[in-house]
Design a protein around this ligand. Structure first.
Ligand code: NAD
Ligand code: TYD
Length: 370
């Protein structure tokens, strides 16, 4: 079959990547979509069962750090676009094992950039795109200047927990090994634009939530624990603030920016949706209990305050005005609706959770792709 173009999506078997692959495979039958993923503990091909037989989808098991293999894949498939999501993504793991984060997030991104460059540069850059997906965590942390929260602050252009936001010109100040590695990879991408003229795009998004997120991250971990009446380990006093975006809204933004974003630009992606961890956790308990038919308040005592994460960033809050004004993107889902959908999904997919928490899914695919 002839395709208009071939795009590689790295990290397509992970949480956000699987939503991006699904959107592109379904929306663009004229594109061939290659999901390039190493299948680490966080990569799960079961996330893409519904698209794996589509004629425009192909999975390739590869490590982005393997420069020679990546070069070969790009040239033999005449790839013209790369959407790069593959990364080590969990802050707690980065605190324990920073080397793996530097290897994948920094060296892996560099290897991908260089492999694309050696293939694209001799042909000219026209029609090529290297789109790097990054995080708001590179900007460091904001202060909690309104610890009690002020819901009316939004009308005055501020956030409920502080008036400042991360914008595209906020100075990089990463604190965790995860965000330091992501920051470094962002710099390499911009360096390839500025030095070689590679057509690049970078986006920095806030915390995502939704189906298929590995249950080591707050929302799926806590939903699963509530269901099984296990303790909910809240770091510190639960006062840290995160800005939550439904994953499909992120995938939609990626689609728009890949096609219409201005080359060399950075766009922040977020939904102006800040929550203090402890308040969010109470919503999760209430929603999960209601959907399971348990009396309200019956699982509140699962909340267990534990030792804080080292270097725990206090507050993230993204200003995505540029994306709205220049490309017309806005989140489509209200948080209440997104949380309801998400809790329902995890409750209805206990098999998926059991599979990933037991590690069984890895044995299956290791056998298949060895
Ligand atoms: P994830 O951990 O769920 O998935 C990462 C994927 O990358 C997995 O499929 C894994 O197998 C693959 N991978 C890891 N190392 C690889 C390697 N060396 N070669 C090839 N593939 C490899 O991550 P996620 O939460 O979906 O995040 C995806 C991207 O979005 C990351 O770059 C992350 O920094 C960024 N991001 C995430 C969030 C969030 O809230 N999750 C927010 C903003 C930005
Ligand atoms: P997480 O989902 O790991 O995302 P990130 O660290 O990238 O923001 O954590 C979200 C917030 O929840 C963060 O402030 C840390 C906190 N947290 C807990 O309190 N307990 C937990 O078990 C986890 C995983 C996170």
């Amino acid at each position: 079959m002839e395709f208009d173009r071939t795009i590689i999506i790295t990290g397509g078997a992970g949480f956000i990547g699987s939503h991006v692959v699904r959107l592109f495979v379904n929306k663009y039958p004229e594109y061939k979509i290659i999901n390039l993923d190493k299948l680490t503990y966080a990569g799960n091909l079961a996330n893409l069962k519904d698209v794996e037989d589509k004629p425009n989808y192909q999975f390739i098991k590869a490590d982005i750090c393997d420069y020679e293999t990546i070069k070969e894949i790009i040239s033999t498939n005449n790839v013209t676009g790369i959407i790069h999501l593959a990364a080590e993504s969990h802050v707690d793991r980065s605190i324990v094992d920073p080397f793996t984060f530097a290897r994948t997030n920094v060296m892996g991104t560099l290897s991908l950039l260089q492999a694309a460059r050696v293939f694209w540069e001799p042909q000219g850059w026209a029609g090529r795109r290297f789109y790097h997906i990054s995080t708001d965590e590179v900007y460091g942390a904001l202060e909690l200047t309104k610890p009690e929260g002020d819901p009316s602050a939004k009308e005055c252009g501020g956030g409920p927990f502080g008036d400042d936001f991360f914008t595209e010109s906020t100075k990089y100040q990463p604190h965790s090994p995860y965000s330091a590695a992501k920051a470094s990879s962002d710099h390499f991408v911009r360096a390839y634009h500025d030095t070689y003229g590679m057509p690049t795009l970078v986006t920095n998004c806030s915390n995502n939530y939704g189906p298929f997120q590995f249950p080591e991250k707050l929302i799926p971990l806590f939903i699963n624990n509530i269901r099984h009446r296990r303790p909910l380990p809240v770091y510190g006093k639960g006062e840290n603030v995160r800005d939550w975006l439904y994953v499909e809204d992120h995938a939609r933004a990626i689609d728009i920016i890949f096609h219409e974003g201005k080359i060399g630009e950075t766009y922040n992606i977020g939904g102006f949706n800040e929550w203090k961890n402890i308040d969010l956790i109470k919503v999760l308990i209430k929603t999960t209990d209601r959907l399971l038919g348990r009396p309200e308040g019956s699982d509140d005592d699962l909340i267990t305050f534990v030792t804080d994460r080292k270097g725990h960033d206090m507050r993230y809050a993204i200003d995505s005005t540029k994306l709205k004004e220049e490309l017309g993107w806005e989140p489509s889902l209200q948080f209440e609706e997104g949380i309801e959908k998400t809790v329902k999904w995890y409750l209805e997919h206990q098999d998926w959770l059991d599979n990933v928490t037991s590690g069984d899914y890895m044995k299956y695919y290791e056998e298949m792709y060895k």
